[in-house]
Every structure is written in C-alpha cells, then in structure tokens.
Design a binder for this molecule. Structure first.
Ligand code: HEC
Ligand code: HEC
Length: 263
C-alpha cells in the first residue's frame, strides 16, 4: 500500500470513529459470479480512494453532517425534482459548492495536523487524534459560546446576544456549548476590555440569574463599577461577593481599597 493510501486509511478510521449511526447499505451493485463485488464507480473523488466501498463513504458523509450539524446539501448541489412534489436529487460529484471544496481542504488539513504537526509534540499521546468534530462540535463554523456572545453583541447589540444565549441554553441538548458561568465571564471581560462595559454588565447580570451563588460574577460586576467610578455600586457588589465567599483575600482587598473593610 502506498504511503498516501496508508495516511488516508488512517484518516478514514478516525473519521469513522466519530460517526455513530449505522448506515443503510445500497453499496454494491452485485456483479454475478464469484468475483469481487462491483460497485458503481465514483465520478469525482480526489481525496478518498476510488476503491472505498460506497457504504463506508456514506458513513463518512453521515459523520460530516453530524460533526457540522448540517445536511448533505450543505456541501452538495441539489437538483430540483423533475416533477412537482418529487424529491430533490443530490448531485454529489459536482464541485460547485465552496463548502464541498472547503471540506476537501479540511480533510487534508486534518491529516497534516495529525500526521505532521502533532507528530512533533514531545512525548505524544498517540491515541489523541483530531477529527472534524474536535473543532466543529455540531456547528458549520467552529465557535465557542464566548465568540457567539461577543460576535452577537458586536453585530446586533447586547439584548440580541442575551436572547440568543437564552435560546441556545434552552436547547443545550448536544453539548455543543459550555453553559457554565466561566465563558460568560470571559465574554464579559473581552467586551469590557473593548470599551463595551454596558454590554459586559448586561451579560453578567444574566449570568447571575443562572448562577445565583457565584461570588465571581459579583466580583466582576464590582470591578466594572469601580473602573466606571461608581464607588457605591462597586462596594455593594463586593459586599455581595463577600457574603457568598467570606474571608476571600481578594474581596477583602477590594473592599479595603474602597474604604469599607469587612468586619
Ligand atoms: C461537509 C461537507 C460534506 C457533507 C455535509 C457531505 N459531503 Fe459528500 N462529499 C464531500 C466531499 C469533500 C466529497 C469529495 C471527497 C473526495 O474528493 O475524495 C464528497 C463526496 C461524496 C460522494 C462521492 C461523489 C462522487 O462520485 O465523486 C457522495 C456519493 C457523497 N459525497 C454523498 C453525500 C451524502 C449522501 C451526504 C449526506 C449524508 C454528504 N455527501 C454530505 C463533502 C460533504
Ligand atoms: C482544527 C480545527 C478544525 C478541524 C479539525 C476541522 N475544521 Fe472545518 N473549519 C475550521 C475553521 C476555523 C473554519 C472556518 C474557516 C474560515 O475562516 O473560513 C472551518 C470551516 C469549515 C467549513 C466551511 C463552513 C462554512 O460555513 O463555510 C467546512 C465545510 C468544514 N470546515 C468542514 C470540515 C470537515 C469536513 C472537517 C473534518 C474532515 C473539518 N472541517 C475539520 C476548523 C476546523
């Protein structure tokens, strides 16, 4: 087996490992007699081997849809049905959609990451391999909840960002995002650092609703108020933090700095 074929087989096993659903086989158009089964030849494979059984290819394709949270037509051209009410036909051999071409690029990228880049890690954990889902986690564009929030604030404002977060959180089923308090704190810090203190406060106020016992959220709100010169509000927030986490030296220092050292 040529080296590139080995690499491909490896990449394949990795992708297959992420695809869970069993696949309906309409793979082989069985040739008669005793020879190897014949399958309809592929028209336009540039990455995968032309000998790849059709059912394996479909398993990989299903893996893509799962990893990116998309349908086949995200990457493949769909032809209008011949008659009204008919089903659209997938034309998977066409390269017209940029998404398909990007996916091919990504396949090569993943090979490079696993086979070349990570190979240089000192004392590598061999079993840890990057797959599509490692980055994409169910989204066509990989992102964290921090970036979802900060992008939404930048584009549509804090109210929209908060509405979006609430909606995503209601459907948190597939583990795509981390809904703990920490990403919200990171997003708020990013926003505050960019001069969007009001948006940061709005995000943290929502966070407090979901994380009522968090002293850190109070601390962060106190810090923003302090930087805005609102001393009373800052003291109130630091005191709330102190109630939730008594004797914390950082909270003590903040209150002392503002002339209200805790008893
Ligand atoms: C993320 C993009 C993406 C998604 C989603 C996707 N595919 Fe593909 N598909 C590709 C790429 C890229 C190739 C070409 C691989 C190559 O060049 O070796 C391909 C090739 C194919 C081929 C081979 C076509 C040929 O003859 O050359 C078939 C069949 C196919 N896909 C079916 C599907 C089906 C069915 C689905 C949905 C279950 C699907 N694909 C979802 C990216 C995708
Ligand atoms: C190391 C992280 C990483 C891995 C692994 C990865 N991707 Fe991506 N993918 C990205 C990034 C980042 C982008 C956005 C690229 C850009 O800036 O346009 C992206 C974009 C894409 C897009 C375009 C989406 C769009 O809306 O335009 C497709 C399709 C895609 N990836 C498919 C795949 C497939 C298939 C795999 C597995 C073979 C894969 N990716 C593995 C990081 C990754």
């Amino acid at each position: 087996m040529a080296l590139s074929a080995v690499v491909r087989r490896l990449a394949l096993s990795v992708i297959l490992a992420t695809a869970s659903a069993p696949i309906v086989t309409r793979a082989f158009a069985q040739g008669g007699g005793g020879g190897p089964p014949q399958q309809q030849p592929y028209e336009n494979l540039k990455y995968f081997s032309k000998d790849l059984p059709r059912d394996s290819l479909f398993t990989i394709m299903r893996g893509f849809t799962y990893a990116l949270g998309v349908k086949c037509a995200f990457c493949h051209v769909e032809e209008e049905p011949a008659q009204a009410g008919g089903r659209p036909r997938l034309k998977p051999a066409l390269d017209d959609k940029v998404e398909k071409r990007t996916a091919r690029f990504m396949l090569a990228m993943v090979d490079t990451l696993n086979g070349v880049t990570l190979a240089k890690v000192p004392q590598r954990h061999e079993a840890v391999r990057i797959t599509c889902v490692t980055c994409h986690r169910g989204s066509p564009l990989p992102g964290t909840i921090e970036t979802v929030i900060t992008d939404a604030v930048d584009q549509f404002g804090a109210d929209s960002a908060i509405a979006r977060y609430r909606k995503l959180r209601e459907n948190m089923g597939n583990g795509r995002y981390d809904f703990s308090e920490y990403p919200l704190s990171v997003a708020a810090r990013t926003l505050a650092g960019r001069g969007k203190a009001d948006a940061a406060v709005a995000i943290l106020t929502m966070s407090q609703e979901y994380n009522p016992n968090s002293a850190d959220v109070d601390m962060q709100l106190g810090d923003i108020a302090e930087k805005q010169g609102d001393k009373d509000k800052a003291v109130a927030r630091y005191q709330a933090a102190w109630t939730k986490r008594p004797n914390d030296p950082r909270i003590r220092a903040a209150l002392t700095r503002l002339g209200k050292p805790p008893a």
